[in-house]
Design a protein around this ligand. Sequence first.
Ligand SMILES: NC(=O)c1ccc[n+]([C@@H]2O[C@H](COP(=O)([O-])OP(=O)(O)OC[C@H]3O[C@@H](n4cnc5c(N)ncnc54)[C@H](O)[C@@H]3O)[C@@H](O)[C@H]2O)c1
Ligand SMILES: N[C@@H](CCC=O)C(=O)O
Length: 581
Amino acid sequence: MFKPARQAARTGAVIAEALWAAGVPRDALRLVSLAATSGGDEGAIPAQTGTRSGACPSFGGDEGAIPAQTGTRPEACPTSGGNDDAIPAETGTRSEACPTSGGNDEAIPAQTGTRPRDLGSRLIADPRIERVILTGAYETAERFRRIRPDLPLLAETSGKNAIIVTPSADLDLAAHDVAYSAFGHAGQKCSAASLVVLVGSVADSERFRRQLLDAVGAYRVADPWDESARIGPLIAPAEGKLLRALTTLEPGQSWILEPRQIGDATWTPGIREGVLPGSEFHTTEYFGPVLGIMTAPTLDAAIDIVNAVDYGLTSGLHSLDEREIDRWLARIEAGNAYVNRGITGAIVARQPFGGWKKSSVGPGTKAGGPSYLFALGSWHDADPAGADPVPASNFAATARRILRIADPADRDWIAQALASDEAAYTGEFGRARDVQGMSVEQNALRYVPTPAIVRFEGGREAELLRVVAAAIRVGAPIEVSAVALPSAPLRELLIDSGITLRIEDAARWSTRVAGLAEARIRVIGGSADPIARASNGSPRIAVWAGEVTRAGRIEALPFLREQAVSITAHRFGTPRRYDIP
Ligand SMILES: NC(=O)c1ccc[n+]([C@@H]2O[C@H](COP(=O)([O-])OP(=O)(O)OC[C@H]3O[C@@H](n4cnc5c(N)ncnc54)[C@H](O)[C@@H]3O)[C@@H](O)[C@H]2O)c1
Ligand SMILES: N[C@@H](CCC=O)C(=O)O
């Protein structure tokens, strides 16, 4: 008889899902090894070598930076959580190989006599640990930062994901995709749909409700080793908020499908309607087989409901109206945006994975995407290999002005940085790229300019100018905080570019940081420590404090959020393509 893998059985994953999930680490490792071994002379280098050894196209071909000697291997156990955490694990799979990722919390390794979780906490607290990658709840990221407020943390965290269904949707397909997205993996996927928002007439559509109940009713709930099972048990018996979500309704809500407990940790799916904006069910991640139905009069009102949640991991739209798709793509706040399909099952490279807002902690570069490895290294500035001096006439007006502002001694350096910014923009950041070019599904990775603060603590003014140039090139709305007044030409550039300048000494800066709810901060000439202290290690504050390099591929990252867009590009086999902006 076919036996599910040991890990799969421990997570409760049913066979079909376990088989699919088993391929994900393999794809991620293939992507990493491609990045580490490809040849050429574009410039980026695996972090662990610290030597300039050739190119790595999937690193983006960085002219202008070499990694600092960190000795950090992406696959090294304590910092990365072992191979299980090189990409987000499905359904809370515990890694036995690596104490930081949990292991079996009760087992005490003979050689240490320490419980894995205690050991994990001690590793996190140890300053010799340079970085930690976490796939887990936002609250766990908070816990890690309480243990060590200055911990460099790359965390893929919680989600409260919704699918919007408009009257122009194919309601049968929408019902099928909502059902699978909500109840696949028993809802224990960070990407799972927890809400469906029905727009206009869909709110009253008997057909949609019937199809949804039909689809969910077809899922057999059983042990994972039953080959016909479509929904398996939870990873552990439901307790706390999940138990509440499976058993208790809020005012105005009713079950259209009431969940039933049929085993220690096994529940049949639940669907509740009447979920109101601002209610607990609207905003709380439960991580289990329970779906809430909300309604909205218009698409914009539905998007408001979805964006009101603190998380922004996956999000879905079912609509066959191109204007609605455009509108949703322009407004939706989520790292993975899915149109006319389910919202789970991201494939490495095809739908690089990772969220916005509270769904991500740290640099936010997507797992399985072209920038993920950049965040695992530290970078030194370096001469772009074989680069000729760049004539000023090659640049557009703003870049020429930046060149003129630069001190003559720094002009070549700035020119190389501007050229690198341009190459990074045209090659990567400035367009939605579909690297796999499938005909039945469009999958584009795009970059959205995002607000950030540039904090200048000291050093060469050219470094501030260079970082500001990177932000301007990608169109990010930044502000600058400096300990001392920059030169008049730089101040004028900031004013003309609509960039607020604040002069703040260390005390004022710390006070402001303490009051920031969330921020992305690029520190120049200082360290991340004062920010960690002032914010008590808030996971909502992401800091880039590395050396300023000429590499546009690296320097633009604080100013951009990645979004993976995936759109079903056929209808019953007939191709139908969209312009993804
Ligand atoms: N965004 C993503 O890519 C993604 C992927 C999967 C899961 N998740 C999220 O993870 C949560 C569910 O998964 P989970 O139950 O594994 O999450 P969790 O946060 O409970 O645990 C994550 C890991 O951290 C470990 N851990 C917790 N406290 C620790 C400590 N003090 N020291 C050392 N290790 C510690 C756990 O043992 C576990 O391995 C959900 O919130 C889900 O959305 C996110
Ligand atoms: N990458 C997975 C989610 C990982 C979290 O559980 C997906 O896209 O469904």
